[in-house]
Ligand binder design. Structure first.
Ligand code: HEM
Length: 148
């Protein structure tokens, strides 16, 4: 009886350790970005650069920037494996009528990288975040208008 009990305790402990390991793997990008305070700094720094960036700043002249900052922080938290909820709209829905081209997409990505450099985020961590964002390009960049 005692032996069975011990075996059960051991297998429970192993199961918990496995779960904790899976959780840690998922959380590692979130943690490498500095958890919510780190992500908050990254987004604030990125948006400051975006608003000075001649290539893209005009796109944001009617945007509620505090709201955009809040939603980007939620989104970066979620995609890096953090314990957050994204409360904004779908990427395609939000961007499809903005006429954004590929060069503008890369301009924003560059501003994000400069922001992360300034905040001393390791390049391997930067690359992981960029890899999570890259697949969104197809929803953000408007298709080229067809020639007449
Ligand atoms: C990986 C790249 C990008 C990500 C992850 C991203 C993410 C977001 C998010 C989360 C929102 C808020 C959604 C909502 O309002 O519910 C948003 C809104 C917006 N984005 Fe992006 N975006 C990206 C690229 C761009 C680019 C390249 C531009 C323009 C140059 C742009 C222009 C805007 C504008 C103007 C809004 C506000 C729209 C509104 O207020 O109705 N985004 N974006």
């Amino acid at each position: 009886m005692k032996l069975r009990h011990t075996a059960m305790t051991v297998s429970l402990m192993l199961a918990c350790a496995g779960q904790a390991q899976a959780q840690a793997a998922q959380d590692s990008l979130f943690q490498a970005l500095g958890n919510e305070p780190g992500i908050s700094q990254i987004v604030d720094e990125m948006l400051a650069l975006v608003l000075q960036d001649e290539r893209i700043k005009a796109s944001f002249k009617e945007t509620n920037m505090p709201r955009l900052a809040k939603l980007l922080k939620e989104q970066f938290c979620v995609i890096s494996g953090g314990p957050c909820q994204y409360t904004g709209d779908d990427m395609k829905l939000v961007h499809e009528n903005l006429g954004i081209n590929a060069a503008q997409f890369y301009a924003l990505a560059e501003d994000l990288q400069i922001a992360m450099d300034k905040l001393d985020i390791a390049s391997s961590t930067q690359n992981k975040l960029m890899a999570k964002l890259a697949p969104m390009k197809k929803d953000i960049v408007s298709p080229k208008p067809k020639p007449p």
